[in-house]
Structures are given as structure tokens and as C-alpha cells.
Ligand binder design. Structure first.
Ligand code: FMN
Length: 434
């Protein structure tokens, strides 16, 4: 089975040897087409049929028709356009607008953006949606929209993208920066009443499937998700970015990303937000009977499989494509397909929600299966002492170094697992307490 992550060299797989990378779009014709896919990767989202569970999320990778075509050619089953807004809404981006928590060992951990919505006008998107729809009839093209607090503007835009041929419309009530100051984006998505109003209004005027993209920046996602479903949403998508402040430059106290020395709270994405996305998706899937698209920190097939096991029917990816390119779809399709085969599952629906029944209240967790830290591979232990220090200062003082060897006192050990997590050599594991 393929392993986690990518060899950066394979990311250039699609470029001929002598290529100079200036504008990637003309490379479109050099991209090898999508290979035949394992039929077990098929999935559905209510009425929408997908060849595999992977869609490009709304964002820079879907900012133009050319990028969407290129991604479809590589094997993405669907794409959600960068959020389209009425031409009357001013979209003026700042520079820079990204900041990254980029660990040299592990790669990208977290990503902040203060980017706004599509800078292409409505006429551009009408043309592109119609064209892509006819060029790629077997893919799912979703139009993401946002408009002013005037609900009629949402209705007008939704009707336009439907007429252009979009397979579904996604309501962006979840962008956490820039838009909330204008009374839209996450400002609406944090209020169940506003979510149901805008969903109901759009439902009244369009026939195509209606997706509502939710913000994680709420105390409890379930009332907001329920409001969307009651308003007429066919599908929910979660999560949009998590409101954040990436960092402060300690030389000059400029917050990051610094735009002429100042910043604004932004949206956090990438691997660091996956635990939040998984939590939100599983909460929706255990509370409501509605197909869910999982989003947040997905960068490899394992992440997608986890979202599906947590109740998602399909997933969307943004930051990983910005970081590694749309070509990651091949490893994601191959890896997921191999996993399903290895697990002898019939397909995506068979995997969907497998973990859900195992997530419950804390009170219901068993207390009669205590574990104890055990030095499983003493020969591989380097006696670095990290477990000793962690257990001494953050645990139960159960580990010591005796003549250079790690010794665990099972009587003192409380089975918390800290030592096994800090161990660089992975030689400590928790075992049933005898
Ligand atoms: C630079 C950037 C721009 C984004 N723009 C949009 C947008 O226009 N509309 C939208 O609904 N979500 C937008 N998103 C949010 C993504 O679609 C996605 O929900 C979020 O980034 C989490 O997924 P990820 O970890 O795969 O990036 C944007 C994200 C990033 C990083």
C-alpha cells in the first residue's frame, strides 16, 4: 500500500524535462490524462455522482477555468469554483496575503490566508462554467457563491450559475476574514437563523443541488448544520478555514502576514486543522441525515479515508494543492483504491461512517481496560532520556534511567501515553496491564 506523503520529485512528474515553469496553464496539453479508475472509488453526494471522492475546494486552485480543466484532466472528480460574487462587490486583495508554518522536517503544518473572493467577474464565470460543463460532462462542477446581506443578490447569482450549467451551488457563509466585517461570510454562518434564511431563499429559486459550506468558528456546529438542512440544503460542506493569527515578528512586532506592517485575523488551513475538520464532520454525520463533504487539512489518501470513516461521502482539498500541485490526485486515488482493496471493502459507502459509532461521550469510555507503558524494543532505545523527563515533569515519575537503561515502574505508570508519544525511536508502547 502506498505510504503517507509525497516525494517532491514525483510532483514534477507531469513536466517534460526541458520545461521552464513560468505559467503552468499552457502545460495543460502536456499533462497525462486520468488513468482508468477503480470503480470502487465511485461515490455519491445525494443526487451528484462522483468518479472518486476528491474535489478541489474553493480557493486559489479553482480561481480560473484553466486550472479546473487541468485538474479534471489529472483525475479530480469535481471542483468548487473560487467564490463568485456579484460584480458590484469590491474584491481588492492585499499583498502579501499568506503565512505558513512550514517545518523543514515535516513540511507544511499550517497555512494562513487573508485572501478575498474571486476577482473574475460574473460574465467570466458564466462562460467558463458553460464551457467546462460541456468539455467534462462526467465531472461535477460546483459554483461557490456569496453576495451582500441582501438575500435577493444571492438568489440572482444562484439562478445565473444554474443557468450557466453548474451541477450544484455552494453557499459560502463561512469565510472568516474580510467578509464578516461586511455582514456576510462567517458572520452569517455563525447565526443559525441567517443560515436558514439564505439557504431557504436560494432553495426557492434553484433546482440544482444546494450545498452549504459551514464555518468551524462556532461553539456548536449542529444547530447551524440543522438550520442549513431545514432551509433546504441537500449537502453540507465543512470546514471553511479556522480564524487565526499566524504569528508576530519579534523584531518589529508586525503580525503575520504583515501588509505594510499590519495584519488582520485570517483563515487557518492545512494539516493543522484536520483534527477540527474531522470533529465537525463527525458531529454533523452523527446528528443529521445529510451527505457531508469533508474539508480541512487533507493532503493524502489517509486523510481522506479518515474523513470518510468519520462520515463524509466525499472530500475537498485546497491547501495541499497550493503546496504540492494538483498532481497529488494520482497518489490519492491509487492509495485509497489500494486501501479499500486491502480492507476487502466494496467501495466508499462501505468505508463511510465506520468510526462514527466509536465516538461518544467521555463518560461512556471504558475504565476497565487500563494500559501500562512498556519498553517494547529495548535494543533500539538510545537512552536519550526524553521519556524520563516527560514522565517526571508532565506525568507520573514512573520512568528512570538505571545504569543508562530506561526502566519503567508499572506501579507508578498511569497509562497516560505521554512517553510513547515523545519517544523519537518509537520503542515505548502501551500494553494491557497484567
Ligand atoms: C488561500 C485560500 C483561499 C480560499 N478561498 C476560498 C473561497 O474563495 N471560498 C471558500 O469557500 N473557501 C475558500 N478557502 C477555504 C478552502 O476552500 C478550505 O475550506 C480550507 O482551506 C480548508 O481546507 P484545506 O486545509 O484543504 O485548505 C480558501 C482557502 C485558502 C487557503
Amino acid at each position: 500500500m502506498p505510504t503517507r506523503g509525497y516525494d517532491p520529485r514525483t510532483l514534477l512528474f507531469f513536466l517534460p524535462g526541458n520545461t521552464t515553469i513560468k505559467n503552468p496553464l499552457p502545460l495543460f496539453l502536456t499533462v497525462a490524462p486520468m488513468p482508468d479508475l477503480d470503480p470502487r472509488l465511485k461515490t455519491s453526494l445525494g443526487p451528484l455522482e462522483l468518479k472518486n471522492p476528491f474535489l478541489l475546494a474553493s480557493g486559489p486552485p479553482t480561481a480560473s477555468g484553466g486550472q479546473i480543466r487541468r485538474a479534471f484532466h489529472m483525475g479530480w472528480a469535481g471542483a468548487v469554483t473560487k467564490t463568485i460574487v456579484p460584480d458590484t462587490m469590491e474584491i481588492a486583495d492585499v499583498s502579501p496575503r499568506f503565512a505558513a508554518w512550514n517545518d523543514t522536517g515535516s513540511g507544511l503544518l499550517g497555512f494562513e490566508n487573508i485572501e478575498l473572493l474571486s476577482k473574475n467577474n460574473v460574465a467570466y464565470w458564466m462562460r467558463e462554467i458553460a464551457a467546462i460543463r460541456s468539455e467534462y460532462p462526467d465531472r461535477v462542477l460546483v459554483a461557490s457563491i456569496m453576495a451582500s446581506p441582501d438575500i435577493h443578490e444571492w438568489q440572482e447569482l444562484a439562478v445565473m450559475v444554474q443557468e450557466a450549467g453548474a451541477d450544484a451551488v455552494e453557499l459560502n457563509v463561512s469565510c472568516p476574514h474580510g467578509m464578516p466585517e461586511r455582514g456576510i461570510g462567517a458572520f452569517m454562518g455563525q447565526d443559525p437563523g441567517m443560515v436558514s434564511d439564505v439557504t431557504r431563499a436560494v432553495r426557492e429559486v434553484v433546482k440544482i443541488p444546494l450545498i452549504v459550506k459551514l464555518t468551524p468558528n462556532v461553539t456548536d456546529i449542529v444547530p447551524v448544520a440543522r438550520a442549513a438542512v431545514e432551509g433546504g440544503a441537500d449537502i453540507l460542506a465543512a470546514i471553511n478555514t479556522v480564524q487565526c493569527l499566524m504569528g508576530i515578528d519579534l523584531e518589529n512586532f508586525e503580525p503575520l502576514p504583515a501588509v505594510a506592517g499590519s495584519s488582520a485575523y485570517g483563515g487557518y488551513s492545512g494539516p493543522a486543522v484536520k483534527p477540527i475538520g474531522l470533529r465537525v464532520v463527525s458531529q454533523i454525520a452523527s446528528s443529521l441525515q445529510v451527505p457531508v463533504m469533508g474539508i480541512g487539512g487533507i493532503s493524502c489518501w489517509q486523510d481522506a479515508a479518515e474523513y470518510i470513516a468519520a462520515g463524509a461521502s466525499a472530500v475537498q482539498v485546497c491547501t495541499a494543492v497550493m503546496w504540492n500541485g494538483a498532481g497529488i490526485i494520482r497518489a490519492m486515488n491509487d492509495g485509497l483504491s489500494a486501501y479499500i482493496a486491502q480492507k476487502k471493502m466494496s467501495g466508499i459507502p462501505d468505508l463511510r461512517g465506520r468510526a462514527l459509532l466509536r465516538i461518544g461521550t467521555h463518560a461512556a469510555l471504558r475504565r476497565d481496560t487500563p494500559l501500562v507503558a512498556t519498553l517494547l524494543y529495548p535494543r533500539r532505545c538510545t537512552s536519550c532520556g526524553r521519556c524520563v523527563v516527560a514522565c517526571r515533569d508532565g506525568g507520573y515519575q514512573a520512568i528512570s534511567l538505571v545504569e543508562g537503561n530506561v526502566v519503567i515502574d508499572p506501579e507508578r505508570c498511569d497509562g497516560c501515553s505521554l512517553c510513547s508519544l515523545v519517544c523519537a525511536e518509537q520503542v515505548i508502547a502501551l500494553q494491557p496491564r497484567r
